[in-house]
Write a protein that binds this ligand. Structure first.
Ligand code: TYD
Length: 137
């Protein structure tokens, strides 16, 4: 997705099941996302001031959720930049392929949950920003 831009990334409001004993959000492969979830991973215990990400993917879609706490997602398509704050476990940022991203400003105890469209594949990564800019041209 070389042509994607930061405005193709959108917030998705997920279902919320309120309960006096605690709320719950369910994500299923039922068409709610534009892909089937093949992999789940989560970041936690990120030291204050650290940033994660700093790469782009060629094919991978991801839904990024602040399962706990908050953090910022910096989106960059080589032309436009956008910062999205995630701080609600029932909202997810849909990240389309071909977007450079960085995650920072993690609050203490935050958990970044990622629902990904493919299994891990290092060949899908672009890890150098210069290489990313060339890829987008
Ligand atoms: P990476 O995606 O580079 O993390 P971040 O961009 O948040 O710093 O992943 C860090 C390391 O973990 C890297 O060596 C690849 C490995 N990794 C896996 O083996 N499987 C996975 O599903 C993920 C996301 C990463």
């Amino acid at each position: 997705m070389k042509e994607s831009n930061v405005y193709d990334c959108s917030m998705i409001e997920m279902d919320r099941r309120f309960h006096e004993k605690g709320n719950m959000t369910v994500v299923e492969n039922n068409g709610a996302l534009p892909y089937e979830v093949k992999r789940v991973y989560y970041l936690y215990d990120v030291p204050g001031g650290e940033s994660r990400g700093g790469h782009a993917h060629k094919e991978l879609y991801q839904l990024i959720v602040a399962a706990s706490g908050s953090f910022n997602v910096l989106l960059d398509d080589g032309v436009n930049k956008r910062t999205v704050t995630l701080n609600r476990p029932h909202q997810g940022l849909l990240l389309v392929p071909g977007i450079w991203r960085e995650l920072n400003d993690f609050s203490s105890g935050s958990v970044c949950l990622v629902l990904a469209s493919h299994e891990y594949d290092e060949d899908d990564y672009i890890r150098e920003y210069e290489e990313y800019l060339k890829y987008k041209k």
